[in-house]
Design a protein around this ligand. Structure first.
Ligand code: GLA
Length: 731
């Protein structure tokens, strides 16, 4: 049993293989959060709460003369509002009488086998054979009868606990929901670092570590998407935590829209963290008897630093997120038309490219933007998902047939959520996009955002995309989304419902993805949003892989892929080899460096093979073969960051180790020229100490202990941005 309830002291204990979590119903019915961290027994640890009077603080009426009982000094599991706890609240509602008060008191609970699901939002799921349990606790406000069902999903072996909340309006009148955090956690002390992953288009998920200090630190997105700017993933850790030491907590929101992660250190140096939908412009009407679901947070704890924490997330996202069969299959090596051709192509050019790209070892040809409507540049055509017969006589089916006849698979790009004003769709339905009445909408990349809060728009998009996919000629879809949202107003809803649109958009998106992806189990879907603008856990329940960044420059990819790897498995990152000088950065690095860097994910090409020499084609074909040989290990193995691209280390290195530790692949890119002046060793990780491994590239055999404690000597004199790989096999 991973979840127990001790009736006598009203303590809930959750155990995973290496962590414990504890809550207790207080003598006045508040649910206290007592503990989350290293493994302890189920004993009641409420003694950790100091028995001191906090002067000036309020005491709830039921505490009567007890000055010690203050909500602001007690660790809360789901905090109250306007009742004397001044830290960031879990919930803010406006009740029918205009008051903001909410005080949740324990009502009941349920424990059952298996993992809960939400009805409108994506969540992790448990397989039947897995050791997963659910705890539901209901807290209710005794006066208003607004209640919250706190959901806990426990994956014992994976050291993961998920949380979600379902609010129910049990009052006779409607309420307005202004803020609902999916998870909030109180720590009695505060001496943590906060790690977030910030960035922008072309520069996603850069690691940012800062010591928490008094006040509120906030990460979040208000762009309508989880976004390039901050990722909905944060780590709270010991000040000295590193890759393999120190305690680290991960918080990951399964949501693709606006989000917030707050960490507050109060005047008593207590720390509260809270994560959920961003409360800005969020104002949800919940009628009497209705419910509202808040998205899931995936929490993991590691007492052995970040590698262990990442392994928890990698394993759970590989096994318990996406139900597509492709999750467990080797992914095709794709060649994509975007970087080489943009909008300038016709069938003949595409077929020639597909034909030559076989020499590169590509398995699949992907036709990117520009194949539909009047789409000759960024200003027109979005929304018209019908093939442009001038470029593609006979349409998509005819082209797909010819690609298939070459022995290659065929993939196609869509950006269903967007529309150009210069499109048949917009001309027919100008009211189908988000825009504020009487104001001209802001364009981005000359496009407007369709109003996915409208059921009619969702149904249209499902039908439009499915009409192409139902022909059965498409093997892969790249699903793009290329702007942030603003002018958030839906003509479909009444003025007082406009605070719901951001969230309703995301519900509409999931509805569409369900209607398209789940009805095409034999198509591999890749997510994309101007590269990695919507790289989040909820997307990974639909897309086994996501295009990691529009920046294909290998040295830039080192930090992007490094940051992404803290939460997301390497196999979920789309990574391609492109031409040099790189179109974005102007930098030139050898083919090998580009290929080794692109093997940090689902490998592919983004170039015109007709412009490559026979030698270059042969060199790249060898990299494709190399990837093909190792793609199972890359997909399934444990991943280790061997060095940080932010340190002044002279190289960035990473390693894959098979679960049985019998084989390993080590990849290194030198970042400075001092490899020629300074002896450099790449220390490996995750091997069996006593076992011996043969390193194919040196022909030498070393013990796991020597490889991990001394390392592999980088001895070639090679310039900056050279790449090395080492294949290890246990002998
Ligand atoms: C986005 C994607 C690119 C490409 C273009 C096409 O920027 O990230 O890979 O598909 O759109 O317009």
């Amino acid at each position: 049993m991973s979840i127990t309830y001790n009736q006598e002291n009203q303590v809930f204990s959750i155990q995973t293989a290496n962590s414990s979590y504890q809550m207790k119903v207080s003598r006045h019915g508040h649910l206290l959060h007592l503990y989350y961290g290293k493994k302890i027994s189920d004993e009641d640890v409420s003694w950790l709460i100091p028995n001191v009077v906090r002067s000036h603080e309020s005491n709830p009426p039921e505490a009567q003369r007890d000055r010690v009982y203050s909500l602001c000094a007690l660790p809360q599991e789901f905090s109250s509002n306007d009742a004397g706890d001044y830290r960031i609240p879990s919930l803010e509602v406006v009740n029918a009488d205009g008051s903001y008060a909410f005080v949740g008191k324990y009502r009941s609970h349920k424990i059952y086998q298996g993992k809960y699901r939400l009805s409108l939002l994506p969540t992790l799921y448990a397989k039947e054979e897995e050791n997963a349990e659910t705890l539901e606790i209901i807290l209710e406000d005794e006066i208003t009868h607004v209640s919250v069902k706190l959901l806990y999903g426990v994956f014992y072996d994976r050291d993961v606990i998920t949380r979600a909340v379902v609010l129910r309006n049990g009052a006779d009148s409607p309420i307005y929901l202004k803020r609902i955090m999916s998870a909030s956690l109180d720590f009695m002390e505060g001496n943590y670092d906060l790690i977030g992953f910030f960035g922008h288009h072309y520069f996603e998920r850069q690691m940012d570590r800062r010591p928490l200090s008094h006040g509120i630190s906030e990460l979040g997105s208000f762009r309508g998407v989880s976004g390039h700017f901050h990722n909905p993933f944060a780590i709270l850790c010991d000040r000295n935590a590193g890759e393999d030491s120190g305690s680290a907590y991960g918080f990951l929101l399964m949501y693709s829209g606006n989000f917030v992660f707050d960490a507050e250190v109060d005047g008593y140096s207590q720390t509260r963290v809270a994560m959920g939908i961003h409360p800005k412009q969020f104002d949800f009407f919940v009628d009497s008897g209705e419910c509202f679901e808040a998205p899931e947070v995936v929490m993991a704890f590691s007492e052995q630093g970040f590698s262990k924490l990442s392994h928890c997330y990698h394993d759970i996202f590989r096994e318990n997120a996406c139900e597509s069969r492709f999750v467990n299959e080797d992914r095709p090596i794709v060649i994509n038309s975007w970087e080489p051709f943009r909008f300038d192509f016709d069938s003949e050019k595409l077929l020639k490219t597909a034909e030559i790209s076989k020499k590169l070892g590509a398995d699949m040809f992907v036709l990117d933007d520009g194949w539909f409507g009047a789409r000759d540049d960024e200003t027109a055509g979005l929304g018209d998902w019908v093939a442009n017969e001038k470029k593609l006589p006979g349409g998509i089916e005819a082209l797909a047939q010819k690609i298939h006849a070459l022995g290659m698979q065929f993939g196609l790009w869509f950006e269903p959520e967007m529309v150009n004003e210069d499109s048949d769709l917009y001309r027919a339905h100008p009211d189908w996009c988000l825009r504020v009445p009487k104001r001209a909408p802001s364009r981005s990349r000359h496009q407007l955002c369709l109003d996915l809060s409208r059921p009619d728009v969702c149904e249209h998009l499902i039908e439009a995309v499915n009409s192409i996919l139902d022909t059965g000629c498409v093997d892969y879809v790249k699903w793009d989304y290329n702007r942030y949202v603003c002018d958030v107003y839906s003509q479909y809803y009444a003025p007082e419902k406009q605070g719901e649109i951001y969230h309703r958009y995301i519900l509409g998106l999931y509805r569409i993805l369900d209607g398209i992806i789940k009805t095409h189990p034999d198509i591999l879907f890749e997510g994309c949003s101007g590269g990695g603008g919507r790289f989040d856990g909820a997307m990974l329940t639909y897309f086994p892989q996501i295009w990691c960044s529009d920046n294909t420059d290998a040295p830039s990819r080192l930090t992007i892929q490094y940051g992404t790897s803290f939460a997301y498995p390497v196999i979920s990152m789309g990574a391609h080899v492109s031409v040099c000088p790189n179109k974005k950065t102007g930098r030139s690095v050898p083919w090998k460096t580009r290929a080794v860097t692109a093997m940090h994910g689902t490998f592919g090409y983004e170039l015109d093979p007709a412009k490559m020499s026979e030698e270059e084609l042969a060199e790249c074909a060898a990299y494709s073969d190399f990837y093909r040989r190792h793609r199972k290990l890359i997909r399934q193995g444990d991943y280790y960051r061997l060095s940080s691209p932010y340190d002044d280390s002279i190289f960035t290195a990473w390693q894959f180790v098979s679960k049985d530790k019998a084989e390993s692949l080590v990849c290194v890119v030198t970042e400075s020229i001092s490899i020629m002046d300074k002896n450099s060793y790449v220390r490996l990780r995750g091997l069996e100490k006593e076992a011996f491994y043969e390193v194919a590239q040196t022909g030498k055999v070393h013990s796991g202990a020597a490889l991990m404690n001394i390392g592999i000597l980088l001895s070639d004199s090679q310039p900056q941005y050279s790449a090395f790989v080492y294949e290890l096999k246990k002998v």
